[in-house]
Design a protein around this ligand. Structure first.
Ligand code: ASP
Length: 594
């Protein structure tokens, strides 16, 4: 059986494959009418399939009957043609496409399907609304640029699988119908028909199962797996998303980092032909926040945050003085050559600050004859030169000062730093800069819930030396956690896990779980820890985000075939949707809001 046969026609080539070497061959192509130009005696069509475009020509003199038939063809009709490969006339060659030297003169035409007028043109500008494009996603996916993202996605996944396979990892599937694992988001629930009143949760991650797999002795596990989190959607989130999930036994932080670095080197070199150097820099959470104002620092440029509190404590500037007296700080960044920012630009920049709760920045332009700044009259020359020295300023630079509480000042300057890097074009698109951010706080206090919550998840191990802190100052304990950050985006996070019952119970108790609740929610897991749990660690990488960065896609939606809308609906099928009363009855469910 020939898989390329359809009826008595055999597809000999795809639309991206023919070139000069094929001239004079008789070929059969199949695809969609992408574009057509009707010049009367000659009708030109760009025939499209996922492999490319080939120009086909219906020439009245060459073949009368098919030329006559071709007159009715319209964009997006699905056709097959038999014809001969011919060279294009010299002035009609198209160097932009691989098949640009040839055309196929059609002898026979088969129309497989006509089409209604599509809601938007596949060949054309993206001018339809996003909702319309999502509703007719299968039409949008015909667009070569978008389709290319899925070729890349496939290749990246394949490369990761091959790499992990060679590194001794086993791919294991874990359940989708399961019990909730706390990863900090709301669960998607699935009602059980057999146990009425009970619910499965769709996994926020396979966290507990992958740990059980380590306890089963599988040693190295991976899965490219869908995860589900019912969160309010921000621009770069999706309710279902894909993770590259790993877990390893008998390793510590370095073991995980080593595998992930090797994987990134492999993927970036094989897919993008881009060298990535290892080891990736490692920066502790506290340092990242203090230096870059973010736990996802973009380290492709400097502009580090500098603490000036000690220098400005004795200044005459009331705002600085008051903030410092109240236990706050004055931090600053030096924007090289930033003195050219206009007052309007500075005001605009300052308007992004309120988002982070800070009161805004004060600025000083470093000029040959001193500072141009409202601060000038308040800061004595010796203070000004001490500030310049610490910030290493040069003439033409711009200093931005933020007086506030430490956390607020860091956050504000972090936002400003990123915004300025965009405005000044400090980063080139094709540079990839990885950094590990480690030792996040283990716990943080949730004022609404009035209890501690895990920063990563409750199965993350504290640093050995910080275990004594758990009794009196749990918020000061650091975690054996690590995030992988690429160009200022978090693309993964993981940790060394707790593998003893005692420590796991202690953490659950600090999180406010009573004995009964621990037993009810995690009894199976605690029990598993009692039957020989090896030391283990792991990580999950956000696969969609990685693909988006590697393809240069602006949004995660451009790398997910059927993404959800901003309202978490599926625009193609209209899910979620109402179900019949008898379906609900079968599940023992009655609706509060029918
Ligand atoms: N399960 C974690 C997450 O999904 C990652 C990990 O700790 O491996 O964020």
């Amino acid at each position: 059986m020939d898989i390329n046969n359809i009826g008595d026609w055999e597809r000999t080539n795809n639309c991206g494959s023919l070139g000069r070497d094929d001239i004079d061959r008789e070929v059969v192509l199949m695809g969609w009418v992408h574009r057509r130009r009707d010049l009367g005696k000659l009708i030109f069509i760009d025939l499209r399939d996922r492999f490319g475009l080939t120009q086909i020509v219906f020439d009245e003199e060459f073949e009368k009957t098919s030329h006559a038939k071709a007159g009715i063809l319209r964009n997006e009709w699905v056709i097959g043609v038999k014809g001969r490969v011919m060279p294009r006339l010299a002035d009609q060659e198209n160097p932009d496409i691989p098949t640009g030297d040839i055309e196929v003169k059609v002898k026979e035409l088969k129309v497989f399907n006509k089409t209604n007028i599509p809601p938007f043109q596949v060949d054309g500008k993206i001018d339809a609304s996003e909702n319309l494009r999502l509703k007719y996603r299968y039409l949008e996916l015909r667009r070569p640029a978008l389709f290319h993202n899925f070729v890349m996605r496939h290749r990246i996944a394949l490369c990761i699988r091959n790499f992990l396979n060679s590194a001794g990892f086993l791919e294991v599937e874990t359940p989708f119908l399961t019990k909730s694992t706390p990863e900090g988001a709301r669960d998607y629930l699935v009602p059980s028909r057999i146990s009425k009143g009970s619910f499965y949760a769709l996994p926020q991650s396979p966290q507990l199962f992958k740990q059980l797999i380590m306890m089963a002795g599988f040693d190295r596990y991976f899965q490219i797996v869908r995860c589900f989190r019912d969160e309010d959607l921000r621009a770069d989130r999706q309710p279902e998303f894909t993770q590259v999930d790993l877990e390893l036994s008998f390793v510590d932080e370095c073991g995980v980092m080593d595998v992930v670095e090797g994987m990134m080197v492999d993927v970036f070199s094989k897919i993008l032909d881009h060298p990535v150097s290892t080891p990736f820099p490692v920066i502790e959470y506290n340092k990242a926040v203090n230096l870059y104002g973010s736990d996802r620092p973009d380290i492709r440029f400097g502009m580090e945050l500098v603490d000036l509190t000690d220098l400005l404590r004795s200044s005459d500037f009331r705002v600085f003085k008051e903030v410092i007296e109240q236990g706050g700080v004055v931090k600053a960044i030096n924007v090289e050559k930033g003195a050219s920012f206009s007052r309007k630009e500075l005001d605009e920049l300052n308007s992004i600050v309120p988002d982070s709760g800070a009161r805004g920045f004060f600025w000083a332009k470093v000029k040959s004859d001193g500072w141009q700044s409202t601060l000038n009259k308040f800061l004595a020359p010796d203070i000004q030169s001490a500030v310049e020295q610490r910030l290493n300023t040069k003439e033409g630079d711009l200093i931005l000062f933020v007086p506030d509480k430490l956390q607020t000042a860091n956050k504000a300057l972090g936002l400003i730093r990123t915004e300025i890097s965009k405005r000044l074009g400090l980063v080139k698109d094709e540079t990839y800069s990885f950094v590990w951010v480690t030792r996040f706080p283990l716990l943080e206090y949730d004022r609404d819930e009035k209890r501690y919550v895990a920063v990563h998840h409750p199965f993350t191990s504290p640093l050995e030396e910080d275990i004594p802190l758990l009794r009196k100052r749990p918020e000061a304990a650091r975690a054996r956690s690590y995030d992988l950050v690429l160009n200022g985006s978090e693309i993964g996070g993981g940790s060394v896990r707790i593998h003893t019952i005692e420590l796991q119970n202690q953490i659950f108790r600090i999180l406010g779980l009573g004995k009964e609740e621990i037993k009810e929610k995690f009894g199976f897991f605690i029990e598993a820890l009692s039957y020989g749990a090896p030391p283990h660690a792991g990580i999950a990488l956000g696969f969609d985000r990685l693909v988006a960065i590697m393809t240069g896609a602006e949004s995660l939606r451009d790398v997910i075939a059927f993404p959800k809308t901003q309202r978490a609906t599926c625009a193609v099928t209209d899910a979620p949707s109402k179900v019949k009363d008898d379906q609900l009855a079968e599940l023992g469910i009655s609706l509060l809001y029918p």
